[in-house]
Design a protein around this ligand. Sequence first.
Ligand code: GLU
Length: 269
Amino acid sequence: MPSVPFKLVGTLALAIALPFAATACGGGGDSSKIVIGTKYDQPGLGQKKPDGTMSGFDVDVAKYVANELGYPEDKIEWKEAPSPQRETLIQNGQVEYIVGTYSITDARKEKVDFAGPYLLTGQSLLVRADNNDITGAASLENNKKLCSVSGSTPAQNIKDKYPKVQLQQFDTYSACVDALKNGVIDAVTTDEVILAGFAAQSPGTFKIVGDTFSEERYGIGLKKGDTELRKKINDALEKMESSGAWKEAFERNLGPAGIQTPAPPAVDR
Ligand code: GLU
């Protein structure tokens, strides 16, 4: 092989490496942008509207944090983060962080870190408005079909605590809610705030039954070991909470779903 001058080798190596250097901060090579993961199909929390705009409480939290990190709204690139893909998206550096009804759990903490919590909720059940025989999780063992999402804590909780329930796992809660509407399944389980958002979107169609039967603490998922980013996000969350922006965002997004505005939780330092 003919010898190639050192400088040329260096330039070639750079030219080859650069296209792969795009990280979550430079999605597509534009380093002035930040890529944030959220849900696209959860009304009141994270929803992509037909016109392409994003709305919801998680979206507002994500935007507030991004702004504190130096990325105003026009510098945000959104990426859909379905429940089963969240850890992978973070581990692969495809997103800088995820704000997407993402519960802090010990199992997930093996793979990613969490800032927050920024919201507390609990698992519940959604049924059709005219249903009268589903009253709580135990009543589902009576040959009912339950839908939840793979990779979610509510699905795991049902498998652990109510193994006799016929659980069907879809990719998204909106798919579960469509199946509920069509009579294909009898109930949907996930966090109460998510169910309330869907119920509010179709008034008179669904109802939430029973008490919550888990504690879900929503965190902002980020790369494991990035203590600097975690601290900055926690600072931003505290500012959002103390300034009143948190309460305002909650009321705007989840007030119409009939949820009383709770006190924001203290972040774990
Ligand atoms: N908060 C639960 C979880 O993180 C359920 C909601 C979801 O799947 O996004 O798994």
